[in-house]
Design a protein around this ligand. Structure first.
Ligand SMILES: NC(=O)C1=CN([C@@H]2O[C@H](COP(=O)(O)OP(=O)(O)OC[C@H]3O[C@@H](n4cnc5c(N)ncnc54)[C@H](OP(=O)(O)O)[C@@H]3O)[C@@H](O)[C@H]2O)C=CC1
Ligand SMILES: CC(=O)[C@@H](O)[C@H](O)COP(=O)(O)O
Ligand SMILES: [Mn+2]
Length: 399
């Protein structure tokens, strides 16, 4: 395998750090072209020293200025560039083979589209960009001939369980290949058994304490409300050319099966492994080969429970809302994604209660018309309008 050069968007985060870990274990095959993140200066300085990227940038202008000074003082060969002006170059440079899209939220959309437009191998963790712009995003993948590999553990699992002939073909007809159902598993989060009448008292610390996975704060809260599974439902629709009826959500509290594909002959293929994102990251980096991810195999003799059940929409109203939005169309999914980002940020900042996240999302969707163009400008307009409406909702509920 010849050496691949990788740009990592969101390098200081949970997925970014796991990506650097896998690359460090496979140094003959991968090098880091650029590191891109938000404001975590210390992590960026240290990662530049260890991984020696050609370029680095932070979206926070003050932090980026300090980054340049710090790397200069260290005699680093890494060039610090401007986040906005140089983003296209960092994603599209002819030396770049692969781009890891792991900025959290809508901020990841434009950089990911740059990578797609240059026909790079795009490893997609940033589900929000696909949820907010699904048709446009997939049209661009097809138009530019980019390779899109799912990093989200469920979608990476589904990808692995799909017939080899249609892996990475985003417009294959599932039934023509014997696929009858995509079984999207979810843990149910930290509140799977908590009394419903105590949900309004849920603290930030409780909400970000995922039972199985170590992740960033936003996705951890999404797992607790199961909006994460709702976003993943929409993500699966686009990645696998599925309809809402083709996808079923199954609660599997142990997070050992990462999702399944059911076939017309009664077979169900599952992908299993430790709840460690280095496995899907290594899968995408090496596809269709395999590399060491540093992840221990499952020990079946030590496994106790292995259970499955249907989700309860009273406990997880955000999941129902997202599935309804998926059926309603593009603007509805752009709206719930934007509202949810605002609501989760407000919850993390202590401005609203846990139960207000659903109220903000549902009321924002109800307050808005869904008549937006599906071009990039229309999507960004819809996203911005939804954030303004969600902010009004947040103000009216603020503690
Ligand atoms: N963590 C996981 O296991 C999984 C994550 N995902 C998805 O991957 C994405 C990343 O998640 P995760 O790694 O957990 O999140 P983290 O919060 O840990 O990391 C987010 C990254 O995005 C950067 N960032 C945030 N805002 C901006 C911005 N405006 N401009 C540029 N960079 C920015 C952060 O930079 P900084 O910290 O320097 O400010 C950080 O590098 C999300 O979309 C999530 O849904 C999907 C499946 C699993
Ligand atoms: C690791 C990953 O892919 C997360 O999206 C994970 O699925 C979160 O767990 P939940 O199943 O609880 O949402
Ligand atoms: Mn997931």
């Amino acid at each position: 395998m010849s050496s691949k050069s990788v740009t990592i968007l969101g390098s200081t985060g949970s997925i970014g750090q796991s990506t650097l870990d896998v690359i460090a274990r496979n140094q003959e095959q991968y090098s880091v072209f650029a590191l891109v993140a938000g404001r975590n200066l210390e992590q960026m300085v240290s990662d530049c020293a260890v991984h020696k990227p050609q370029f680095a940038t932070l979206s926070c202008a003050d932090a980026n200025k300090q980054l340049a000074e710090r790397l200069n003082a260290l005699g680093s060969a890494t060039q610090v560039v401007d986040y906005k002006q140089d983003m296209a170059m960092l994603c599209q440079h002819s030396d770049v083979d692969m781009v890891m899209s792991a900025i959290v939220g809508a901020a990841g959309l434009i950089p990911t589209l740059y990578a797609i437009e240059a026909a790079k191998v795009v490893m997609l963790a940033n589900k929000e960009s696909l949820v907010m712009s699904g048709q446009l995003f997939m049209d661009k993948v097809r138009q530019h001939g980019a390779t899109l590999l799912p990093i989200d553990s469920e979608h990476n699992a589904i990808f692995q369980c799909m017939p080899e002939a249609i892996q990475g073909h985003h417009d294959a007809t599932l039934t023509a290949h014997g696929v009858t159902k995509i079984l999207l598993t979810g843990s149910g989060g930290p509140f799977r058994e908590r009394a419903l009448d105590t949900f309004a008292d849920i603290s930030v610390a409780e909400a970000v304490a995922h039972p199985n996975w170590s992740m960033g704060q936003k996705i951890s809260v999404d797992s607790a409300t199961m909006m994460n599974k709702g976003l993943e439902f929409i993500e699966a629709k686009w990645l696998f050319n599925a309809s809402a009826d083709d996808i079923e959500v199954v609660i599997h509290p142990q997070s050992m099966i990462h999702s399944m594909v059911q076939y017309s002959d009664g077979s169900v293929l599952a992908q299993m492994g430790q709840p460690d994102m280095r496995t899907p990251i290594a899968h995408a980096l090496a596809y269709p080969q395999r590399i060491n991810a540093g992840v221990a195999p499952l020990d079946f003799s030590a496994m106790k429970d292995f259970s499955f059940h249907a989700p309860d929409f009273n406990r997880y109203p955000n999941l129902r809302l997202a599935i309804e939005a998926c059926k309603a169309g593009q603007s509805a999914t752009t709206i719930i994604n934007a509202a949810n980002e605002e609501a989760v940020a407000a919850f993390l900042a202590g401005q609203i209660r846990f139960t207000d996240i659903y109220a903000v999302n549902a009321d924002t969707l109800a307050a808005m018309s869904s008549q937006y163009d599906e071009c990039l400008q229309g999507i960004l307009q819809c996203d911005g309008d939804a954030r303004r409406v969600a902010q009004q909702q947040i103000k009216s509920r603020a503690n």
